[in-house]
Ligand binder design. Sequence first.
Ligand SMILES: Nc1ncnc2c1ncn2[C@@H]1O[C@H](COP(=O)(O)OP(=O)(O)OP(=O)(O)O)[C@@H](O)[C@H]1O
Ligand SMILES: [Mg+2]
Length: 342
Amino acid sequence: MGQTELIKDIAKYGLENDQEKLLSVLNELIEHSKKSRRLNFALQLQSILKDSIKLQKTSGLTKVGSEAYFQKAEDREVNDLIIEKLTSDYTFENLICDEKVKNQLEYFIQEHHSSEILNKYSLPIANKVLLHGHSGCGKTLASYVLAGELDKMMIVVNLGAIVSSRLGETSKNLAKLFRKAAYEDSIIFIDEFDSLGKVRDYNQDHGEMKRVVNTILQLFDYLPQSTIVIAATNQVDMVDDALLRRFDLSVMFDLPDYEQIKALIELTLKNGHFKFNRPKELQKVIKNSVGLSYYSIQKALITAIKRSLFIQAKKKIPEIALINVEIWEQLLKEEKNNTLKK
Ligand SMILES: Nc1ncnc2c1ncn2[C@@H]1O[C@H](COP(=O)(O)OP(=O)(O)OP(=O)(O)O)[C@@H](O)[C@H]1O
Ligand SMILES: [Mg+2]
């Protein structure tokens, strides 16, 4: 059936108040639009359908048995593109960052918590965030904090897995994912956002690259306001300028300074089971770790704790175990050497 016929049917069933047929033909129109590459139109229709299902659910009017509409073959395909779907208990307490980053993230959350008032004044709600900066400095962690603070499900996508060498496939994959996230009202977390650059390598001509970038631009433009996209990259230079401009918020994660390293140590040892054997030497060790990522420092500390425990456990399991500062210092040196080699 062509589009005109489908629209005529929608008008007919709408006026006849035949919910079941209306939904069925609407779904057909969505499928038809997808096939004829009018993805934005399809996405918008899906969003209308989703909102209406929600409304009917909350008002308790009719139980619409049509959610199964989306649980079709496409849903199964989309699941292959997702690394995991998660809910998160993380809060700001888990993330060490400077005031600027904290403010940026807090305002973002506030916009979603205050969506009613923003909608009332027709103000746009920021829903596209780019997290960039040094590896191991909290980008993925910040995405968990956002999901936790917003209390939303998060779909974790590895763009590297979606970027396909088959012409046209990457755009389709992306569109499918965005539809799913919009339908489920989830956050979509795109890690390794820079891997979009790979499309360039796979295909000699830049046509495919352009197409993928355009798809994302369109998907971004028609994203329902309650659907949040978080993208992360440690190679922001690889990301197309046009794409960068579309983000409502761009948050930079930097290496920790002296105070932030201190805070990281406190956070890591917050359960109170461990203490340093030579606390006076800590200042020097912390100073020497400036230049390393949060991840490297924490990893070295946890390894030092384990090794110190092995030594002490030979005698007796202590109530509060001592962390051997020298072991930690040595491990930090190794981390530094490793980063210098890279
Ligand atoms: N800012 C931070 N505050 C507290 N812990 C941190 C921070 N950054 C990193 N960590 C610790 O290091 C781990 C790894 O960090 P994360 O995965 O967020 O880094 P990333 O910036 O996403 O790195 P990559 O670019 O390599 O993906 C975290 O799970 C956490 O334990
Ligand atoms: Mg990460």
